[in-house]
Design a protein. Structure first.
Length: 245
């Protein structure tokens, strides 16, 4: 196993950071890594906004509620799915925007953004920095867009806190291969035979040092999906110009 794979496999979200700052050189490397990910048809449909203003950072942290490390991490980036450049080009050329509005374009921009973010995460972890994605900015996606002056055809998807880890959580056990990896066709039976994995996750949660609990993976998922989450996101996307068709 090479160093890159070893680093990927020892990933764990970091939510406690020291006061150490990240150097400009490190930040430049993080951004370069993010910018050089694969991108659908070379459209580079994302933007990254660093939040350096502490007042703004606090407002964003308030929106995330459950993520105090948003306030404390040395560096905080917001990842924005962004087709606004393409909208401007089409407008400048008096072309209609229908091709940007559909679900396919929104998916493409979302995928481009996630690839950029994960490239940054991998780069950060290769420099012994810790990261945590912050999807909870979508607790109030409209307010985030207003705070960042986001134009149409943009979506603030998630943030990422980055800093020097104070400590690292134990690794969270992933599913055994037979629950997630198949050959040639979807393996309905194996993928849903989660008893062993439920026990593994329950043991992990019972024995972990911070916030132990006794949930299995199935129980955790039932808890997550018993409510419709963030129902306002769809209307926000429509307001940003997406038809969702
Ligand atoms: C898109 C995305 C959004 C996330 N949002 C949050 C968040 O708002 N707050 C948080 O503490 N962790 C967040 N996480 C981190 C996950 O909880 C974490 O990755 C997951 O529990 C697996 O743990 P691990 O990364 O330590 O292996 C997010 C992860 C992803 C990929």
């Amino acid at each position: 196993m090479n160093q890159t794979i070893e680093n990927l496999i020892k990933h764990t979200a970091v939510r406690d950071f020291t006061d150490q700052t990240i150097t400009n050189e490190q930040k430049n490397n993080l951004i370069a890594a993010a910018q050089h990910g694969s991108t659908s048809e070379f459209i580079q449909a994302f933007s990254i906004i660093e939040i350096t203003d502490s007042n703004l950072r606090n407002k964003l942290a308030d929106i995330t509620i459950s993520s105090p490390h948003v306030r404390e991490a040395d560096t905080f980036y917001i990842f924005v799915a962004d087709l606004h450049r393409q909208a401007s080009m089409l407008r400048a050329n008096k072309m209609n925007l229908d091709s940007l509005k559909n679900m396919e374009s929104l998916l493409v921009a979302t995928i481009d953004t996630a690839i950029a973010a994960q490239n940054m995460a991998t780069a950060a972890e290769s420099m012994e920095l810790g990261i945590c994605y912050i999807g909870s900015i979508r607790n109030n996606i409209k307010q985030v867009a207003e705070l960042l002056n986001l134009p149409d055809f943009t979506v603030p998807l998630f943030g990422m806190t980055i800093g020097v880890p104070k400590f690292k959580n134990q690794l969270k056990p992933r599913m055994p291969k037979q629950n997630q990896i198949a050959t040639n066709s979807y393996d309905e039976e194996s993928f849903n035979n989660l008893n062993d994995y439920d026990n593994t996750v329950k043991n992990y949660y019972l024995n972990r040092k911070s916030h132990p609990n006794d949930n299995s993976w199935t129980e955790k998922n039932l808890d997550i999906f018993k409510h419709i989450r963030r129902p306002d996101v769809a209307q926000f996307l429509r307001n940003q110009g997406f038809s969702l068709n």
